[in-house]
Design a protein around this ligand. Structure first.
Ligand code: MV4
Length: 500
């Protein structure tokens, strides 16, 4: 047991603020680091102390592990929270933090390293009877042998880089004729991208769902799971909408996947918050893919349905406290959705659109949570991730969470930059999403930029209709005491009449 009194957050933006808020509630002092591009950022203002660690580029600032550790020593920091991205899954940084006598709020360097290698991870979990996609258990080197295995598994197959993850270094191979070329390309890509050319083969699951399970492990060997997050709505391996619980899991399947996730965590003596990623096929077979050894962007949906603060749990675990609950104490309450709001133009191939937030008004009200790191008037820097906010809604069931999200999107006012808010609205109104019948191919299957134009036309027609109705009622002698509600009723009946 070692009490943490001061935490340095080795991150920026919404996640830095998110972590500091929990620390503050626990009476823990906070230290922000920032780059020259982030001098006026909210995370810098929110922290008790803030230190500039270098230039705007990540490798000049947020990735400078040694500088960050020096700041900790100078300011008598007890622990480092890495957030997500940057140094969060860097085993050698976690090791240096430990060696400096500091607490790394996260798993051990050994667990990070093990799960960083997809092949080592598969080997480690194999003795726990975890379902895995058919394929090779070891790196393939011999082309002829690999071809034979691929033919046994059956085409199409997928060649994956062991050091990859999150979709990096993957290649679909349709037939045995193109296998050799594809394998050579995969090896050379993996070598240049990761410095490790190890690749392996898996059967290609054509239209899977991506469902992941949140786990928590303490330093006393207790591990629990906090149910699933459905993350199938993604574009180019960038998640767009996440939800909890998943619309397709039965209680039995949830238990089974939960038990598997706990076993994956056991296989690497996992400590802290982690996520076990599964593919689920159309017959609801599930397969272990990889484990993410960090707090994830989409953790808020799990917080909303469990009532737990995952950052507080991470900090308590890092202090050496045993978990204060058991699996049986946990239950799912209601339904939560998260929409990632990116500074990208969905009508223009999701081109990043940086600039000044001329207007920035957040939605509010029951069941609406906005995790962001900006205020009106601020510039979005070009150097980092284009995600500007996470819009989270929580309701008694899936329908209420969707209705709240649509309402919140309409309330969200952002001008000065294009955002993915209209795109979120498109997805949430789509029949496939509403029915729950979708997979990771949702966007390529259903989305066209022109669909956003139709949506915008519908909206402006509605505005014209409302204004026209307002004018009409105000000129009518009966409408002298017209309340807002009265006008709205008139507007909608006007619209109904017009549509007849
Ligand atoms: C797969 C797959 C199909 N079959 N593995 C992409 C992210 C990485 N974690 C693993 N990924 C995939 N692995 C087999 N054997 C399809 C994907 C995949 C995917 C997975 C989750 C969410 C979105 C995805 C988009 C494309 C491909």
């Amino acid at each position: 047991m070692r009490k943490i009194n001061k935490i340095l957050i080795a991150n920026r933006g919404e996640i830095a603020l998110r972590i500091m808020r929990s620390a503050k509630e626990m009476g823990i002092r906070t230290v922000a680091i920032y780059s020259e591009a982030d001098r006026n950022a909210l995370h810098v203002r929110y922290a008790d102390e803030a230190v500039c660690v270098g230039g705007p580029k990540s490798n000049e600032s947020y990735l400078r592990g040694d500088v960050i550790i020096d700041v900790c020593k100078r300011l008598q920091v007890d622990a480092i929270h890495p957030g997500y991205g940057f140094l969060s899954e860097n085993a050698s940084f976690a090791r240096k933090v430990q060696e400096a006598g500091l607490i790394f709020i996260g798993p051990t360097p050994e667990a990070i390293e093990l799960m960083g290698s997809k092949l080592a991870a598969k080997a480690a979990v194999a003795r726990y009877n975890i379902p895995m996609v058919p394929g090779t258990e070891e790196a393939i080197t011999d082309v002829e042998e690999a071809k034979q295995i691929a033919s046994q598994v059956g085409f199409p197959i997928l060649i994956k880089a062991s050091a990859g993850g999150g979709g990096k270094g993957m290649r679909v191979v349709e037939d045995v004729e193109s296998f050799e070329d594809q394998m050579k390309l995969a090896v050379s890509e993996a070598t240049s991208a990761f410095g490790d050319g190890s690749v392996f083969i898996e059967k290609y699951i054509g239209s899977p769902r991506h469902i992941e399970i949140q786990v928590l492990g303490d330093t006393h060997g207790h591990i629990v799971h906090l149910f699933e997050r459905e993350c199938s709505i993604q574009r180019r391996h960038q998640k767009v909408i996440e939800e909890a619980p998943s619309a397709v899991l039965t209680p039995e399947l949830r238990d089974e996947m939960g038990r598997c996730a706990v076993n994956v965590a056991k296989a690497c003596d996992y400590v802290g918050a982690g996520t076990v990623e599964f593919l689920v096929d159309e017959n609801l077979n599930f397969y272990f893919l990889e484990m993410n050894t960090r707090l994830q962007v989409e953790h808020p949906v799990t917080e909303q349905i469990t009532g737990l603060d995952l950052v507080k749990e991470q900090i308590r675990i890092a202090e050496g406290n045993p978990l204060s609950f058991q699996q049986e104490d946990l239950a799912i309450y209601g339904h939560a959705l998260e929409l990632r709001v990116y500074a990208e133009d969905p009508a223009n191939n999701f081109l990043p659109d940086i600039g000044r937030l001329e207007t920035y008004i957040r939605p509010q009200g029951l069941g609406v949570r906005v995790d962001d790191g900006f205020e009106q008037g601020m510039d979005i820097p070009i150097y980092y991730d284009p995600m500007i906010a996470k819009l989270v809604t929580f309701g008694k069931d899936r329908k209420e969470a969707i209705d709240k999200m649509l309402r919140a999107i309409d309330e969200y006012k952002i001008t000065g930059i294009e955002t993915t808010l209209p795109f979120g609205k498109f997805v949430l109104q789509h029949e496939a999403f509403v029915s729950g019948n979708f997979d990771t191919k949702f966007i390529e299957r259903y989305f066209l930029p022109s669909l956003l134009e139709e949506q915008a036309t519908d909206e402006s027609e509605e505005i014209v209709a409302t204004l026209a109705a307002l004018l009409l009622t105000n000129h009518s002698p009966k409408a002298t005491a017209g309340t807002a509600t009265g006008n709205n009723q008139n507007a909608s009946s006007w619209r109904k009449n017009r549509l007849k």
